[in-house]
Design a protein around this ligand. Structure first.
Ligand code: NAD
Length: 441
């Protein structure tokens, strides 16, 4: 079987490499010259654990190729996946579909025989039908069907998530049952290897599949904002948010995941998808107040974190040296998109702080997004050197093992603001550090 993957970013590259691992011949089309030349040279342009080995073994086996020639990739492909970016459109929060629409036109021009055009990108309801329209307009003779197959992988655990998904959602044009069944057969074949791990394939309509992705991400974002507000309440009432989350999570109806408090969610998905769902609901004149409020709660949370750091420094960071551990929106990724570190560091810099920072893989991506005079260090202990306050922004495992005594020795004023609760409060205080975390007494 042959498939084409349009877009070789976090989703396209991981999905493409995993499909190749399933034994499918995969051609990845990538238009970003830097990303493409890295891939062709056998380098992985993003950080994702395990991806280099997977890409390298499948490239060597000849099942995974990279190029910028869409016609070559699409020729003979039974399925063409669209995995291009859908960033927020400037101004109104709706998803910017220019890359998806451009890909649809390019695919249309390249089609030679029957293919299913599958959207993996997160797209608003109606996009799959719009893709079908674009293809029909561009190539009235083309033989194709469209499908929506939103991707649920998480950066940092992307290969595991793709290989052992909780579910695979596939939306088909159920208004045309014969066409839907033709497309279903192709996609069943693409995903057949997942039967080994008993991953359920859920077939539904195009609109439902598209909406399910936004609903899932918005629900998770809401869970994070909920626990963040509970953490604030715990602080006021002397309760412990971790025990509270454990107590809640033991209830199977609630579940344990996504109940860790922090500085506010970031990343390439939750902020843009919650905004996009709010927009989709507004356009449909259907109330989506919980999601709208989640967006507001999260924005306010990120904005408030600099104030929390200032408060820990006695009210102001002016003239203070702030050490920052972790910059990416979560550990095990180099992705800086919408990371809480961006607004926090800008506010600290505006308030007159000198900032020293370290992130194990995110510093290159962080530099263009952070204040210019941030000093980048080579490790966590160097960050602590002479710092008045040390702030944990991303819970990289390597930070968990830092010795409180070593930190205390290096810092000028031993104030720790742990926004990910990675340290043991008692151990920190025993080393003479002033320690603040989130939602813990
Ligand atoms: P990304 O920006 O890392 O990758 C998109 C890639 O597509 C870029 O490398 C870009 O150069 C390339 N591209 C754009 N137009 C192209 C074209 N016409 N031909 C070939 N290549 C083209 O984005 P991403 O993080 O992989 O996200 C892609 C989509 O998947 C988005 O809709 C996103 O919401 C969704 N998604 C992302 C994640 C995630 O964790 N990153 C998870 C699930 C879903």
């Amino acid at each position: 079987m042959r498939i084409a993957m349009i877009g070789g970013g976090y989703v396209g590259l991981v999905s493409g490499a995993c499909f190749a691992e399933f034994g499918i011949n995969v051609s990845i089309v990538e238009t970003n010259p830097a990303r493409l030349s890295a891939l062709r040279d056998g380098r992985i342009p993003i950080y994702e654990p395990g991806l280099d080995a997977l890409v390298s073994s499948n490239s060597q086996a000849g099942r995974l190729t990279f190029g910028d020639d869409i016609a070559q990739a699409v020729t003979g492909a039974e399925a063409v996946f669209i995995a291009v970016g859908t960033p927020p459109r400037n101004g109104d929060g709706a998803a910017d579909l220019q890359y998806v629409h451009a890909a649809a036109r390019q695919i249309a021009e390249a089609l030679t025989g029957y293919a299913v055009i599958v959207t993996k990108s997160t797209v608003p309801v109606g996009t799959s039908r719009r893709i079908a329209e674009i293809i029909r307009q561009t190539r009235p003779d083309a033989d194709f069907d469209v499908a929506s197959n939103p991707e649920f992988l998480r950066e940092g655990n992307a290969i595991g998530d793709f290989m052992r998904p909780d579910r695979v959602i596939i939306g088909l044009d159920q208004r045309q049952p014969e066409r839907a069944s033709r497309a279903e057969q192709v996609l069943r074949q693409v995903y057949r290897p997942l039967s080994v791990v008993e991953a359920p394939l859920l077939f539904t309509g195009l609109e439902t599949a598209e909406l399910t992705k936004y609903a899932s991400n918005s629900f998770l974002a809401m869970k994070i904002s909920f626990i963040n507000e509970m953490a604030d309440l715990c602080e006021k009432l002397g309760a412990n948010v971790h025990d509270l989350a454990r107590g809640m999570g033991m209830d199977k109806r609630i579940g344990r995941d996504f109940l860790q408090p922090g500085p506010g969610y970031g990343g390439s998905c939750f902020p843009k998808d919650t905004l996009a769902l709010s927009r989709i609901a507004q356009e449909a004149h259907s109330a989506c107040r919980l999601v709208e409020t989640t967006v507001q709660v999260n924005e306010a949370r990120k904005a408030g974190m600099a104030g929390r750091i200032a408060a820990a420094c006695g009210g102001s960071v002016a003239g203070k040296t702030v050490g920052v551990l972790g910059l990416t929106f979560k550990p095990e990724t180099d992705d800086m998109r919408e990371s809480a570190s961006i607004p926090i560091l800008h506010r600290l810099a505006e308030a007159g702080a000198t900032i020293r920072a370290y992130d194990p893989v995110g510093m290159a991506a962080a530099k263009p997004l952070l204040p210019q005079d941030v000093v980048y260090c080579t490790d966590a202990l160097e960050v602590a050197e002479g710092a008045d306050v040390l702030v944990v922004l991303t819970e990289w495992n390597m930070f968990r093992a830092l010795s409180p005594a070593e930190l205390a020795k290096r810092m000028r004023n031993g104030v720790i603001v742990d926004l990910r609760n990675i340290f043991d409060p008692a151990a920190m205080r025993a080393a003479g550090l002033t320690y603040e975390s989130v939602g813990r007494p």
